[in-house]
Design a protein around this ligand. Structure first.
Ligand code: URP
Ligand code: ZN
Ligand code: ZN
Length: 469
């Protein structure tokens, strides 16, 4: 296929060119490329061509809170594709039987993948036998570990364990990702809140203060510096975390950061609404000042990526929705009616990320179109060892291409969403600019409102060592 007359947008530049796809790859980019008689020609005058989005932070089919995140490795991938994302990375739950066993279970779950995908490994228990399995993880193409400084007694590692893991990670070329909150402060605050009868959703945020995220971000950055091993701070939510990241990066610490759209657009006031449970995720949303500081960190390059932390639940999982013609209901936020600690933590966003950021980031003048591509595709591909196969428009790269219609008007919301849940955080938001066509390795998988992809078409991506940006 020869795509003619488009405006290509990469992380570095914006330019007019033709783009030739041969099989699964981009074969050439240039002016007036000559078609062969077999080439299909697509005139993309007035459209933008972007590399497919790379979402480095998703949770598909994740059991938690006595239920499961409501998008699996097919429905979540399909939703991602409609929003212009063609690569996703989700997190393997660490099982007691070992890392290899844990990965094999996750590979079975993801046999229905519809776009390309990889895994991070959650490291929620660490001892010598786990350490001995880390080289096998690298052989399997999983070069990232996630550690937690909260969820005491469940997911959390001690600082000593994290430092030990960092030292080994450095030797193996692994990147450690850190969920930064302080579990030792959160647990007593939750107990106090419940004892005082504070059961509403806003108390989820009140019991997980920004201070914990801020000091933990600095603590992990300091560990990165002292182990001389890179750390990537996931889902940055507090402006103070951006301050700590800047402090550490200015002093040469190998630390990088990710934020998510929800931390740019929402704040604790949303949790006070009658339907506040929709906004519950961990870490929680903060204040408008935090939103502003995070935008600034994106503008200045202090934060390197925007992921989604897509971990959807139904708002009312007793009422079925129709998904691909079938009714489906999955227990969700209603599990925590009357007790905020029982509300499943997480929210939808894998489809929303690019369209929302385009209208309310690029069109609003907060970030350039090139920064948009860098933050949502190129930088995640580089950091997570997928570049230049993914994350750019260049000869030899996978032909993961979004034809973006900058004029398309959409009233966003659940009616327009493929995310398998009954609500959308951006309900009623007016968008200008939306993916028109999405190609995965040269195959057209989304054509306007039409789904042409298939379960099983997504490929597992074995990743190598990534870059420290
Ligand atoms: O609330 C959230 N974010 N759930 C997903 C798990 C995590 O910590 O990223
Ligand atoms: Zn997390
Ligand atoms: Zn997450």
């Amino acid at each position: 296929m020869l795509i003619k007359n488009a405006t290509l947008i990469t992380a570095a530049e914006t330019f007019q060119a033709d783009l030739l796809i041969r099989g699964e790859k981009i074969a050439a980019i240039g002016q007036n490329l000559p078609p062969t008689p077999e080439d299909l020609i697509l005139d993309a005058t007035g459209k933008f061509l972007l590399p497919g989005g790379v979402d480095p932070h998703c949770h598909f089919d994740l059991p938690m809170f006595g239920t499961v995140s409501s998008d699996d490795h097919y429905t979540g991938h399909k939703a991602a594709a409609f929003g212009g994302t063609t690569t996703v990375i989700d997190f393997v739950v660490q099982e007691p039987q070992g890392l290899r066993h844990s990965v094999e279970l996750w590979l079975q779950k993801s046999a229905k993948a519809a776009i390309d995908y990889s895994f991070h490994m959650n490291l929620t228990h660490f001892d010598d036998s786990v350490a001995a399995e880390l080289p096998a993880l690298v052989e399997m193409g999983i070069t990232t570990l996630k550690v937690f400084t909260a969820y005491n007694g469940r997911l959390r590692l001690s600082d000593g364990e994290i430092f030990h893991a960092l030292k080994i990670a450095k030797d193996l070329g692994l990147l450690v990702m850190a969920h930064c909150e302080n579990g030792d402060v959160i647990e007593p605050l939750i107990a106090e809140a419940l004892a005082a009868g504070h059961t509403q959703p806003e108390w989820h945020a009140q019991t997980r203060p920004a201070w914990g995220a801020i000091e933990t971000t600095l603590r992990l950055a300091a560990m990165a510096a002292q182990a001389n091993a890179p750390v990537y701070i996931v889902h940055m939510n507090a402006g103070g975390e951006a301050d700590m990241l800047r402090y550490a990066r200015q002093r040469g610490a190998p630390v990088m950061g990710e934020t998510c759209p929800q931390y740019l657009f929402f704040n604790v006031e949303h949790l006070k609404r009658a339907d506040g449970a929709k906004w519950i995720c961990s870490p929680p949303m903060r204040s408008e000042a935090d939103n502003a500081r995070l935008w600034q960190a994106l503008q200045t390059g202090e934060i390197q990526t925007i992921g989604t932390d897509h971990c959807p639940f139904f708002f009312d999982g007793t009422q079925p929705i129709i998904y691909e013609g079938q009714p489906i209901a999955i227990p969700g936020k209603e599990l925590g009616a009357g007790n905020f600690t029982k509300i499943p933590n997480g929210l939808p966003g894998v489809q929303d990320r690019l369209p929302i950021l385009w209208t309310y980031g690029v069109r609003a003048g907060k970030i350039s179109a090139n920064q948009f591509v860098a933050l949502t595709s190129t930088n995640p591909a580089k950091i997570f060892g997928l570049y230049p196969r993914k994350g750019t428009l260049a000869p030899g790269a996978d032909a993961d291409i979004v034809i973006w219609d900058p004029q398309k008007q959409v009233t966003h919301g659940v009616a327009h969403s493929q995310q398998r849940t009954d609500y959308n955080l951006y309900e009623g938001w007016e968008l200008t600019g939306y993916p028109e066509k999405v190609f995965l390795r040269g195959n057209l998988i989304v054509d306007n409102e039409q789904w042409l992809g298939q379960a099983g078409d997504g490929q597992f991506l074995k990743r190598g060592k990534g870059e420290v940006l």
